[in-house]
Design a protein around this ligand. Structure first.
Ligand code: MG
Length: 226
């Protein structure tokens, strides 16, 4: 059986939309402390989030620490772990209340009768599983591999190899779909898998293996006979 693997954040799960909605609520909650306008706040929030999540991906700090570091940098002051955690939890509950999947997800369900489906995602297993449950899609996938389980983060081909091994699937019988050109598209190609780049916002130029919505998967795989 052929397998289609998906990235989670910003591919199936609307991470950026949820983050933005949560951040706006957070801004309103702390606006007197923050001393910034909303757009400056949102840009900085994104920058600091990416920065500290990358430090976590590089194994410099733990997943919990990256959260606290984001808050400390944001409020530009030293604070105890406990204070930073309390502030982070305010953001986290707003963020979680806005978790949602993308509307084009139904196109993924249509693939289920012909393919086995899996997830390969960077992140702690508990956190990523939580998202899959909350947005109601966890049962659609026969395997979920996180960077925590595999011990490697994308684009390292070993995380893709790990997933292939679990399903005893040859790379040529697998397709990977994700929104990040380097991590998802180039990473899965380096593991020998077929690959599609989900270019939702068209921030990079399209190539022959680009799609702009999950609805285009079916046509693309017919095109290259997967
Ligand atoms: Mg992604």
């Amino acid at each position: 059986m052929k397998v289609i693997f998906f990235d989670l954040d910003d591919t199936l799960f609307d991470y950026s939309g949820s983050e933005r909605a949560g951040a706006i609520k957070f801004f309103n909650h702390f606006r007197d402390d923050l001393n910034k306008d909303l757009n400056t706040f949102l840009d900085l929030w994104k920058t600091y989030t990416q920065k500290h999540i990358q430090r976590w991906a590089n194994k410099e700090i733990s997943f919990e620490q990256q959260r606290l570091e984001r808050i400390r940098e944001f409020f530009s002051r030293n604070m105890s772990d406990r204070d930073a955690e309390n502030i982070f939890n305010v953001y986290s509950s707003y963020f979680k209340n806005n978790w949602k999947r993308f509307d084009d997800y139904s196109a993924v369900l249509d693939l289920k009768q012909d393919y086995e489906l899996g997830i390969i995602t960077d992140g702690p297993t508990a956190h990523q599983t939580d998202k899959l449950k909350k947005i109601g899609i966890i049962r659609d996938f026969s395997v979920i591999v996180t960077s925590e389980i595999a011990g490697y983060s994308k684009p390292d081909k070993r995380i893709f190899n790990h997933a292939l091994k679990l399903l005893q699937c040859k790379p040529s019988d697998a397709l990977y779909i994700g929104d990040n050109y380097e991590k998802d598209y180039m990473g899965s190609k380096s593991a020998g898998m077929h690959s599609l780049h989900l270019n939702r916002n068209m921030l990079t130029p399209d190539n022959d293996h680009s799609i702009n919505t999950l609805k285009q998967i079916k046509d693309k795989i017919d095109e290259f006979n997967f």
